[in-house]
Design a protein. Sequence first.
Length: 333
Amino acid sequence: MKAQVFTEQVKLAAGGQWDGILQSLCGLTDNEVNPRKRNIPCPHCGGRDRYEFKSADNGNYFCRHCGAGDGFSLIMKMQECRFPDAVDQVARWLGIERRSYRNEAEALADQARITASMEARRQEQEARRQQEAEQKKKRQEQVADTVPSILGKALPADPNHPYLVRKQLPPMNLRQDGNLLLIPLFARGHKLVNVEKIKPDGFKFGLEDGLRTNVYHRFGDESWTVYICEGWATGASLYLMERETIRVYSSMGKGNLEGVARIASEQNPDSRLIIAADNDTHQPDNPGLTDAMKAAQSVGALIMLPPAMQNSSNGADFSDYYLANGGLRHGNV
């Protein structure tokens, strides 16, 4: 009973402080305890592009390789210790000492108080999350309202833009603002919601506060064959290799692949869906293939994987395959 009450007391006190706790006890960086950072190196297993910190409320995290858990779980992994040891470490950080009870009734009363406090904290956190979600949605809608104007003021993309030249791709109706390529992004219902900007060196970023979850860029009209891939260049390469006879959805990142596959399935209920996976042979567990398999399973799609390119230490996608087979000079592959 004493141990249970003490553990619940520590959990209650730690709520909302897990970013500081994990930085202090496990040496995590600011990025590793930032819920807005996705697909970054895991502080435990070290694999890149697989970890995200979910919440400072309970320390929840997720890694595609070593699994998910709460703050105590991460301490146990990082410190190679048992759960009671992790609780003791957090208690010391919080300045909480174990209490002695004169009888069971006193312990039960303290446990009831802690349970009530935890429920109040849970309700408070839920209300805050709901408020933050509503504010985030409002900001995203405000950003979406600006997209038509941004695209309308921009010029047609220059075929000689360094990114297009490097990828051997035509402008494909993209727009350009200064030296930035502008890629229109759509959400469910094919609603225009954001713009991805690409610098000449290939660095990509969207509009601040714009929607990034389950957004896509779409190539082509209705078709029997529909591809879903990750990046815009990969989608454009597939579209050209198939002589512009198919439809392609670029999900703009691994994290969107499954969500965009579901949208593609809804918009093309009678089509054959194919996930054109990135072949991340340079990373443990090949996350490009792993995410593609998950997306394919969710909608009953096939998977198409590019062969690993010779002399490539970074895996391969269908943009690499397109370039390796002649790019624009080849016509179709």
